[in-house]
Design a protein around this ligand. Structure first.
Ligand SMILES: C[S@@+](CC[C@H](N)C(=O)[O-])C[C@H]1O[C@@H](n2cnc3c(N)ncnc32)[C@H](O)[C@@H]1O
Length: 242
């Protein structure tokens, strides 16, 4: 192994400076650059929960100096714009980490896989549950499920089924998938569309920000009158803020 790389846990390697290569053979195994300074031993959707937690601990500490930070802020602005288009919606935010999109306390639930995040958010008066507690949420209750910089990680089929169940019939789910690997995007999209009959639209962020990122808007209700309008309003919002 390159002796400048440090194993920060479970095979996740930290480079002292921005990694030069998108992928690298290390000890005969392909590694994938993640953020500026990490090399992952597999693609993001194959990381175990424990590995995801290690990468996110690293991200929390180093994110403001990472080149993805500015872009993350832009996507959060877009997602906040989307939330602002609803009148007092019930929201489930998937994977907020320490940075929920808004500090709404009523009818704003966060789900994460990380116990430390749950404790932190509960201490900060936000309602947070763990992924394995999704079955405690009311079915057909939520207007929106939203996930910001989460769905490049593995979202289990069981969790996807829960998201389908807790959404109202005219509810929508919105998430971005930032990755160079189109299979990761196709897999999560087909889980919602082919298995659960969601339909939707996508906005390719390459067009706006030159990022391999796509925002997906999905709904169960093919006739949902507000849906197409929301996507086109979002498109306009992005174009205006460029
Ligand atoms: C990259 S951080 C994004 C945090 C925040 N949304 C942001 O944009 O700054 C990913 C967060 O999603 C959580 N996460 C990862 N996989 C998840 C899953 N399958 N379900 C729920 N949360 C998940 C991680 O624990 C972490 O808190």
């Amino acid at each position: 192994m390159d002796n400048k790389l440090i194993d920060i846990g479970l095979g996740i390697l930290q480079s002292p400076t921005k990694g030069r290569y998108k992928t690298m053979q290390i000890n005969g195994k392909k590694h994938y650059r993640f953020l500026n300074n990490l090399y992952l031993p597999c693609k993001t959707d194959l990381l175990s929960k424990e590995q995801v937690i290690i990468t996110n601990r690293f991200r929390e500490k180093n994110f403001k100096i990472d080149s993805q930070f500015e872009y993350n802020v832009k996507i959060k602005e877009i997602f906040k714009f989307i939330l602002s288009k609803f009148n007092n919606p019930s929201v489930l935010e998937i994977g907020a980490g320490r940075f929920p999109l808004i500090n709404k306390k009523d009818d704003y639930t966060i789900v994460d896989i990380d116990k430390e995040i749950k404790t932190y958010l509960l201490e900060n008066n936000q309602h947070c549950i763990l992924e394995e507690e999704l079955n405690t949420l009311k079915s057909k209750h939520y207007d929106i499920c939203i996930a910001c910089f989460v769905c490049h990680f593995c979202i289990s089929p069981k969790a996807i089924e829960s998201y389908k169940n807790i959404l109202k019939d005219d509810g929508i789910i919105i998430f971005n998938v930032i990755t160079h690997d189109s299979n990761i995007k196709t897999n999560i999209l087909s889980e919602f569309t082919s298995k659960y009959g969601f339909v939707g639209k996508s906005l390719n962020m390459d067009k706006f920000y030159k990022k391999s990122d796509t925002i997906f808007f999905l709904t169960k209700d093919k006739q949902n009158p507000n849906f197409t309008h929301l996507v086109s309003e979002t498109n306009k919002f992005i174009e205006k803020s460029l």
